[in-house]
Structure formats: structure tokens, C-alpha cells
Design a protein around this ligand. Structure first.
Ligand code: SAM
Length: 290
């Protein structure tokens, strides 16, 4: 399936199950479809190669959402990941909203399968030790490959989470970087208020303002700068280099306003091939999206 078909593929309208169902904007459907396609290719291709496969959903949500405007109820990333044709052998979901975790748990239980699932109702940064405790043990005879979807509301995301998990595990990441709606919108404040650590935490560089000044960068350089710095940090952890045009920009349907980028990182070229397949040509939104 090509990228444009993936983005427009129907997610399937669901009945109201009476459980907690937050609202999402219509453009979030494109994110979910891309995630679903990527996870489905990944889980199918890896099922016979790795005896243990873990899926981590950080900022997991409740498993369903109601689309603002249409009122349609759809499965979101967490439920989609659980329902792939060849399920992961372990799932770990983290969300700091107790309503989300309770609803997600009930929805997964209602599927009636025998999925091995851990739920962590905590802030993502604080949850890292709990995640590590719940990850399956592995060794050379019983390998573990993991996929982690990181889907926050904002750019308040600490690179320590990627370092802690990415240095310990063979783990591919799909990350939402809120470069439009948060970083670009609030950039003046993040630059001028030296006590603000949002960008420093994200790119693991407390001195970023010095580099910004030395290179005489302008606000129009912001997205490229952050994508490059974040990518460098991932490369330092052993991830394959990705080019800037592999970051998938999601914009508002009306007005072409950039919201965020979805970026994939893998230690193996195959992981990036899955991502390229998931967002293949034909999509008018492909490109840097600056
Ligand atoms: C963008 S939504 C997630 C959407 C979901 N992944 C999906 O597929 O629709 C972000 C989620 O992160 C949760 N959240 C916000 N801040 C958090 C934090 N610091 N730690 C953990 N979860 C957080 C919210 O409760 C919300 O469910």
C-alpha cells in the first residue's frame, strides 16, 4: 500500500462503548494510519525473525478517540497495535491520565485475546525504570526486538527516555516531534527565556542557544536545526542516519499549517525501509514541511 493510500485508508467507525473517549482533530487520523501501516509491516516482517517482539506505546491514550467535527469513533494507535495480524509478544503502554489507562485496559480485555500487556499510569520520563522492569528478559538464544511509538501532545519530551531505552534494547522508534504547533509557535519564548529547558531537553544540548547564535540561525532554520540535532543524538546511540526529508510533516487540512513531524529511527536499514514504504510517494505532504 502506498503512502497516500495509507493516509486516506478508512480506519473503521466504531460504536460508542461507553468508556473514556477523548477527542482528536481530523489530521490525527493521518498519523494513526501511518503508524498502523508501519506497525503492521514491522510486525509481519519480524514475526519469524525474532522470538520476542515488544511494542511500547508512550503517551498511549485510551485506545479510541472521537473525531472532532464528524463525531466518528475510531481505534487509535494502542488498540491498532494490539490488533495487528501478528501480535507482538509483549505490550507496554504508558499514559499519565488514569482515565486513559483504565479505558485502554478495559478495551484490550474486551478483545478476549491472551496478549501480555503492562499498563503504566505515570509520567513518561518517570516511567523509564518501570518500563525496564516490565520488558521481557532476552539473551542470544531468545532475542527481543522492540518498537516504540512516542506520541506526546507537545515538544516537552526528554531525550533521556530515548537514551535509556535505545541504548539498552534493539528498539525502533516512531516519534512525533511537535515542531510546528509547539516549537515554532513558542520559539521566541524558548529562545529568550534562558530558564526554559524545552529545546535543551529534547535535543540533549544545554548549550544550544550558543550554537544558535554562533551560526546566526533564524527562526526559519528552527525545524531543520531541531531535526538535525535530534537525529545526531539518535545516531550517537547507534541508529541509522535519516535524512531530513524522511521526517513526515503533518499539516492542518485547511490552511496548510504545520502541526508536527513523524520521524522513524532504526538501528537496521530494514526498519527505515518499512517507514519509507509506509509513507511512499504520491502524498502531497511529503517533504521537509518547513
Ligand atoms: C497525543 S495523545 C496520545 C494519542 C494516542 N497515542 C493516539 O494514538 O491517539 C497524548 C497522550 O499523552 C498523555 N500524556 C500527556 N502528558 C503525559 C506525560 N507527561 N506522561 C505520560 N502521558 C502523558 C495524555 O493523557 C494523552 O493520552
Amino acid at each position: 500500500m502506498g503512502g497516500s493510500e495509507v493516509e486516506t485508508a478508512h480506519l473503521g467507525e466504531l460504536e460508542d462503548d461507553g468508556l473514556y473517549t477523548p477527542s482528536i482533530k481530523e489530521h490525527s487520523l493521518r498519523k494513526i494510519r501511518l503508524h498502523n501501516h508501519y506497525v503492521s509491516v514491522f510486525s509481519t516482517a519480524m514475526k519469524d525473525k525474532w522470538p520476542q517482539r515488544a511494542y511500547l506505546g508512550l503517551y498511549s491514550g485510551s485506545g479510541r478517540a472521537r473525531v472532532a467535527g464528524t463525531g466518528e469513533i475510531v481505534a487509535t494507535s494502542a488498540m491498532s497495535a494490539v490488533q495487528v495480524r501478528y501480535p507482538f509478544t509483549k505490550y507496554i503502554f504508558v499514559d499519565n491520565n488514569a482515565h486513559c489507562i483504565a479505558a485502554l485496559k478495559a478495551r484490550i480485555n474486551a478483545l478476549g485475546g491472551d496478549h501480555d500487556v503492562s499498563f503504566i499510569n505515570e509520567d513518561v520520563s518517570a516511567a523509564v525504570p518501570a518500563i525496564i522492569r516490565r520488558m521481557p528478559p532476552y539473551n542470544s538464544a531468545r532475542g527481543l526486538l522492540s518498537f516504540c511509538f512516542v506520541d506526546p501532545f507537545s515538544a516537552k519530551l526528554n531525550f533521556d527516555v530515548f537514551r535509556a531505552l535505545g541504548s539498552r534494547y534493539r528498539m525502533d522508534f516512531l516519534v512525533l516531534l511537535m515542531l510546528g504547533r509547539d516549537l515554532r509557535t513558542n520559539f521566541k519564548r524558548y529562545l529568550q527565556d534562558e530558564s526554559d529547558t524545552r529545546i535543551a531537553d529534547l535535543i540533549a544540548d544545554e548549550e544550544w542557544r550558543n550554537e544558535w547564535a554562533d551560526r546566526r540561525l533564524q527562526p526559519a532554520d528552527l525545524i531543520r536545526f531541531v531535526l538535525e540535532k535530534f537525529g545526531q543524538r539518535m545516531t550517537e546511540l547507534g541508529y541509522q542516519e535519516t535524512t531530513l526529508d524522511e521526517a513526515h510533516a503533518i499539516r492542518l487540512d485547511h490552511g496548510n499549517v504545520l502541526q508536527y513531524h513523524l520521524v522513524a529511527y532504526s538501528k537496521h536499514p530494514l526498519g527505515l525501509k518499512f517507514w519509507r514504504d509506509a509513507r511512499a510517494a504520491g502524498d502531497p505532504q511529503l517533504g521537509f514541511g518547513f
